[in-house]
Design a protein around this ligand. Structure first.
Ligand code: AMP
Ligand code: MG
Length: 269
């Protein structure tokens, strides 16, 4: 049902032709969709418990998108359904001097999930082929060579038992303007806004081009990109929850089979 959000290997992402305000596959309008999300979160929590108990596989969720696309909101509304003991959220901001003194995957690799764990990347190594490209932080031959490294890195994780889900939260330029305006006007949101965000807003099209290019080169069978229409937050939350439930259901983690313990009879009934 949500398969139309998934970018097949080698396919173009075609962001310009996808409608950020659309709600493909939604079970209804806002109210029905929110109710369905709550049900999905319950399922997600059960699947995660099995993953944690099994301790063989793991899940890496990569959240990308332009400023105000709702990465933090997705963590708050979807990831909150998971058990904090088995989950980590890692946000990647501007690289430190120490980060920049290493290869671009160094700061990322140390945070990948261990067996049984769910890790959510709020921004990720994809900043190094999108933001870095738009802001011209490294020469073109350097960022272009990174796709090969990213694909090899993700293959390494997959071979180690990690499922990877990459979500691009797709908002429209108009919606970004409205969310930035809200940040400017609301004292409770003003802290999130910097003048760099306004400069980036002026380059919205360049960011979409960079994501188009990156997604087309890095969506694989085992590490797919999902393009989530994100102008409606209620749809975005439902779609991400649905994608995670679908992925973990396919992983189908099992409670470990442990032999019966006869001594437990001593505990009585
Ligand atoms: P925020 O998500 O609002 O906390 O902002 C984090 C900022 O860090 C964003 O402007 C990102 O574009 C920036 N950022 C994250 N990773 C990188 C990177 N590898 N190179 C340059 N800027 C980055
Ligand atoms: Mg920001």
């Amino acid at each position: 049902m949500l398969q139309q959000l998934r970018v097949r290997p080698g396919d173009a992402a075609n962001l310009a032709e996808r409608e950020p305000g659309s709600t493909p596959g939604a079970p209804g309008g806002r109210a029905e969709t929110e109710a369905a999300t709550a049900a999905q979160l319950a399922k997600l929590s059960e699947l995660q418990e099995r993953l944690y108990a099994e301790r063989r596989r793991s899940l890496l969720v990569v959240l990308q998108g332009t400023d105000t696309s709702g990465k933090d909101g997705t963590v708050r509304h979807v990831i909150r359904g998971l058990d904090p003991s088995g989950t980590r959220v890692v946000a990647f901001g501007v690289p430190t001097a120490e980060d920049l003194a290493h290869d671009f995957l160094w700061r990322v690799h140390r945070h990948v999930p261990k067996a049984g764990e769910v890790v959510v990347f709020n921004r990720s190594h994809y900043e190094d082929v999108t933001t870095v490209r738009v802001k011209e932080l490294v020469p073109e031959d350097v960022w272009k060579a990174r796709f090969e490294h990213i694909n090899a890195f993700e293959r390494l994780l997959v071979h180690g038992g990690t499922e990877i889900v990459k979500c691009f939260l797709h908002i429209s330029e108009r919606e970004q303007a409205s969310r930035l305006r809200e940040r400017a006007d609301d004292p409770r949101k003003r802290w999130k806004l910097t003048s760099a965000d306004l400069i980036d807003h002026g380059r919205f099209g360049d960011y979409l081009d960079a994501y188009d290019f990156a997604i087309e080169r890095t969506s694989t069978d085992r590490s797919p990109w999902w393009i989530v229409p994100a102008d409606h937050k209620w749809y975005r939350n439902w779609a991400v929850a649905e994608i995670l439930v679908t992925t973990l259901s396919e992983t189908n983690p099992h409670y470990p089979l442990v032999p019966p313990m006869p001594e437990a009879a001593a505990l009585g009934d």
